[in-house]
Design a protein around this ligand. Structure first.
Ligand code: NDP
Ligand code: 2IT
Length: 465
């Protein structure tokens, strides 16, 4: 992948269109920039949604009158806290923790926790904003939130990760609850971290409140398919996009960036459905495997041993590791960015298009820059925006909450079938909304409008909140 970029300046990234025909939306955007200085990723995410909304504002002046868009752009609550812990050498470490409780119109705040050194308030705010619309699209009773810390789990021992998680939860617990706010995983937070976090919550709250976190282990309240859900769901969504064009996945050459939770299960489902993934990556470079990525080896290297992606190439003949390489230079028909925000820029998009790429489905949150999105859309590439395509993870989290509430657990087949149906429904909603608003095939517009309207209508019913 390209080195992820952070935009400099006033927050209008290259490739962003003017907010057509609406001074109000332009004013709202500038108020967001003023009120959230230096939070460039948040500006970018807001701008993308506002671009889709001009058409709604024209049709629904009532919404503008009651300032619903301004209200939706302002998080309900933001918590920032100190996290102190001791490393294995006995040295004291100080990190910063965040939880942005963005919108609870449709249900308790719901969204993952990210542990990565790049995390700042702007990162968490953009993710919480996106999550609000994504969760609305699932049709499930969940509001939007996101949290995390600038903690870097890389190279840390299990004990260090445990001490960090315990300290983090010692502050965060007071803001959580099955009916209040339900975190899960994201970058740097998987089943190990959720275990330590749940253990600490249980100690402090003195109750076994299964539904307070999702992504739990299968032996203690987790749901089958949650681990696989984001990747599987993104492939289901991709499959729907292809079907809508009369195409199929069979035999397609694919690239998946990243090699974490989302990427691994994206590769797994692509292979199950007859496609072939020839490259994946991590922040150190990419591996190229013409025979198709060997999934057991990828899982061994990444999930079990937590090694760099180069270890994959070292252990498999006929493969190549390209240190610092850009995975998008590998020719493919289908690209699934599944690592991080702004990892695929305009140049990458042009390269993909000229190499014959026909579809992109975003497993990550906001991985394609605005310029990249424009390049794909202008070239007629089917472009599945993250808040629709990667909603399978949080949707299955909601299924986990449902199982916890009824003290039940469902089998794999049934749960996967629920996920597949949810992804089909999201695709249909987004597709039909785009058509209704005069932009057939524009999944960005369809997702933003459909998600926005669901949240806005609930907020309207609640009065001025
Ligand atoms: P993981 O931590 O499991 O994996 C992240 C992968 O992306 C790793 O291969 C990592 O490489 C790479 N990566 C992360 N940050 C960077 C960076 N700044 N530069 C280059 N590479 C990077 O995370 P997930 O798979 O859970 O998350 C991936 C994406 O999917 C994120 O955007 C997340 O928000 C999104 N997402 C996750 C969901 C989930 O259920 N987990 C649900 C929906 C969306 P390295 O190890 O070298 O850092
Ligand atoms: O971005 C996302 O949707 C996630 N990280 C999953 C959130 C969740 O609550 O399962």
């Amino acid at each position: 992948m390209s080195e992820p970029v952070v935009y400099e300046g006033a927050g209008v990234a290259p490739g962003m269109a003017p907010l057509a025909g609406s001074e109000d939306l332009e004013a709202i955007y500038h108020a967001v920039v003023r009120r959230n200085p230096a939070e460039l990723e948040f500006h970018q995410a807001t701008r993308e949604v506002l671009e889709s909304l001009s058409i709604v504002v024209a049709k629904r002046p009532d919404l503008a009158q009651r300032k619903i868009i301004e209200r939706i752009c302002e998080p309900e609550r933001q918590v920032i806290f100190r996290v102190v812990w001791q490393d294995d050498a006995g040295e004291v470490q100080v990190n910063r923790g965040f939880r942005v409780q963005f919108n609870s119109a449709l249900g308790p705040y719901k969204g993952g926790l990210r542990f990565h050194p790049s995390v700042s308030l702007g990162t968490i705010k953009f993710l919480g904003f996106e999550q609000t619309f994504k969760n609305a699209l699932t049709g499930m009773p969940i509001g939007g939130g996101k949290g995390g810390a600038d903690f870097d789990p890389k190279g840390r021992s299990d004990d260090e990760v445990m001490r960090f998680c315990q300290s983090f939860m010692t502050e965060l617990y007071r803001h959580l609850g099955e009916y209040r706010d339900v975190p899960a995983g994201d970058i740097g937070v998987g089943a190990r971290e959720i275990g330590y976090l749940f253990g600490q919550y249980k100690r402090i709250a003195n109750q076994y409140e299964s539904g307070v976190l999702t992504g739990k282990g299968l032996g203690w309240g987790g749901s089958l398919v949650r681990k696989e859900a984001t990747g599987y769901g993104a492939v289901f969504f991709l499959n729907e996009m292809l079907r809508a064009r009369g195409l199929s996945l069979e035999g397609r050459r694919c690239i998946v960036s990243g090699s974490g939770n989302v990427a691994v299960y994206t590769v797994e489902k692509l292979h199950q459905l007859g496609a072939k993934v020839v490259a994946c990556s991590d922040s150190s470079g990419y591996v190229y495997d013409e025979a198709g990525i060997e999934l057991d080896l990828l899982k061994q290297v990444k999930e079990v041993e937590r090694l760099r992606i180069s270890a994959y190439a070292e252990r498999r003949a006929g493969t190549r590791f390209v240190p610092g390489g850009n995975v998008w230079e590998v020719p493919c028909e289908i690209a699934m960015p599944s690592a991080t925000q702004n990892e695929l820029n305009g140049r990458d998009a042009r390269m993909l298009v000229s190499n014959g790429c026909i579809a992109v489905a975003e497993g990550a949150n906001m991985p394609t820059t605005p310029e990249g999105v424009r390049v794909f859309q202008e070239a007629g590439v089917a472009f599945g925006v993250g808040k629709a395509a990667n909603a399978g993870g949080v949707a299955t989290s909601a299924l986990e909450m449902q199982q916890n509430a009824s003290r039940d657990s469902w089998n794999f087949e049934y749960t996967e079938q629920r996920l597949a149906q949810i992804m089909k429904d999201i695709h249909r909603t987004v597709y039909e909304t785009a058509e209704e608003y005069g932009a057939p095939g524009n999944y960005v517009l369809g997702a933003n409008i459909a998600g926005f309207l669901r949240v806005a209508e609930a907020m309207e019913a609640f009065g001025l909140i």
